[in-house]
Ligand binder design. Structure first.
Ligand SMILES: Cc1cc2nc3c(=O)[nH]c(=O)nc-3n(C[C@H](O)[C@H](O)[C@H](O)COP(=O)(O)OP(=O)(O)OC[C@H]3O[C@@H](n4cnc5c(N)ncnc54)[C@H](O)[C@@H]3O)c2cc1C
Length: 71
C-alpha cells in the first residue's frame, strides 16, 4: 500500500539498475499485464514519451502527501 494509492515503479537513485515494481495496492492484478510491459521497456531502454510521463506519477521520490481519492 502507498499513501496516494499509486504504485512505486522505476529505477532508484541509490542503487543503479535496481528497479522497483511494488505498492500496487488493491489493483495489482489489474495493473499487472501493463506493468509487465512497462518493466520490459524500462530494462530494454525502450521507454516511450507516454511511459516517461506515467513513470513520473509512480516515482519513488514523488510527493506522497496527497491522499488517495477513494479514502
Ligand atoms: C484482499 C485483497 C483483494 C484484492 N483484490 C484485487 C482485485 O480484485 N483486483 C486487483 O487488481 N488487485 C487486487 N488485490 C491486489 C493484488 O492482489 C496485489 O496488488 C498483487 O498481488 C501484488 O502483486 P505483487 O507481485 O506486486 O506482490 P505480492 O503478490 O505481494 O508478491 C510479493 C512476493 O514477494 C515475496 N517476498 C516478500 N519479501 C521477500 C523477501 N525479502 N525475499 C523474497 N521474497 C519476498 C512475498 O512472499 C510474495 O510472494 C487484492 C489484494 C488483497 C489483499
Amino acid at each position: 500500500m502507498t499513501p496516494d494509492g499509486f504504485p512505486i515503479v522505476g529505477e532508484t537513485k541509490e542503487f543503479p539498475n535496481f528497479i522497483n515494481a511494488i505498492g500496487t495496492c488493491g489493483q495489482g492484478f489489474m495493473l499487472g499485464p501493463g506493468l509487465g510491459e512497462l518493466l520490459a521497456r524500462i530494462v530494454s531502454c525502450e521507454l516511450t514519451d507516454d511511459d516517461i510521463d506515467v513513470l513520473k506519477h509512480f516515482n519513488l521520490y514523488r510527493d506522497f502527501s496527497r491522499i488517495e481519492q477513494f479514502k
